[in-house]
Design a binder for this molecule. Sequence first.
Ligand SMILES: *[C@@H]1O[C@H](CO)[C@@H](O)[C@H](O)[C@H]1NC(C)=O
Ligand SMILES: *[C@@H]1O[C@H](CO)[C@@H](O)[C@H](O)[C@H]1NC(C)=O
Ligand SMILES: *[C@@H]1O[C@H](CO)[C@@H](O)[C@H](O)[C@H]1NC(C)=O
Ligand SMILES: *[C@@H]1O[C@H](CO)[C@@H](O)[C@H](O)[C@H]1NC(C)=O
Length: 154
Amino acid sequence: MNSFIAALLWLLVTSLAQLQLVSTSPIPTLSSRKELIAWSPTITYPNERTVLKAGYGTYMSWKTDDMPEESKNSTGYIMLGWINGTDTNEHLDWRHPVASNFKYTDGKVNFTLPENLEPRDDYIFVLMGDSGNASPTFTILQFNSTNSPSAGEA
Ligand SMILES: *[C@@H]1O[C@H](CO)[C@@H](O)[C@H](O)[C@H]1NC(C)=O
Ligand SMILES: *[C@@H]1O[C@H](CO)[C@@H](O)[C@H](O)[C@H]1NC(C)=O
Ligand SMILES: *[C@@H]1O[C@H](CO)[C@@H](O)[C@H](O)[C@H]1NC(C)=O
Ligand SMILES: *[C@@H]1O[C@H](CO)[C@@H](O)[C@H](O)[C@H]1NC(C)=O
C-alpha cells in the first residue's frame, strides 16, 4: 500500500471514530478531508545511509517550518514497513505502530525497535496522522544482545 493511500485510510478511520462521538453524520465531507491532508512533511531522519539494530532505540525527525496552522495540534503515529524493489506494497505493520501520540510540532520522536525484526535493507518509517510521508529506505540489522546500545546513527 503506498503512503498516500495509507494516510487516506488512516484518516478515514480516525475521522469516522471522531464523528461517532461528536456528530450524527456518518461520512466526513470531502472538503474537510482535503483540508486535513494538505501537508507532506519533509523527513530528515532516517535516510538511505541509516543502519539501525533491531531491539535498540532510534528516532524519526521531520521539518516543521512549513507546517500549516491546521496541523499544529495534530498527533501522529509511525508505522514500520518495507519495500521490495519497485513493488508499491509498503508492508506496513498497522497493528503495531512503533511510536504514537506525539505531536507533529515536536519534529522528532524517540522510540525502540522491536527485537524480532528480520534483517532487511529496504525498511521505511511512515509518519502518519492527518498528514503523512514515508522515509527513504534504510537498513535494520538483526537483534543481537551483544551489540552496543549506542547503535543507530547514520
Ligand atoms: C490548538 O489547540 C489550542 C489549545 O487547545 C486551541 O486554542 C487552538 O484553537 C487549536 N488550534 C487549532 C488550529 O485547532
Ligand atoms: C523481493 O522481490 C523479488 C523479485 O520479485 C523476489 O524474488 C523476492 O522473493 C522478494 N523478497 C521478499 C522478501 O518478498
Ligand atoms: C531523545 O533521545 C535523545 C538522544 O538520546 C535525547 O537527548 C532526547 O532527550 C530524547 N528526547 C525525548 C523526548 O525523550
Ligand atoms: C553479535 O555481535 C557479536 C559482537 O559484535 C558478534 O561476535 C556475533 O557474531 C553477533 N551475533 C550475531 C547472531 O549476529
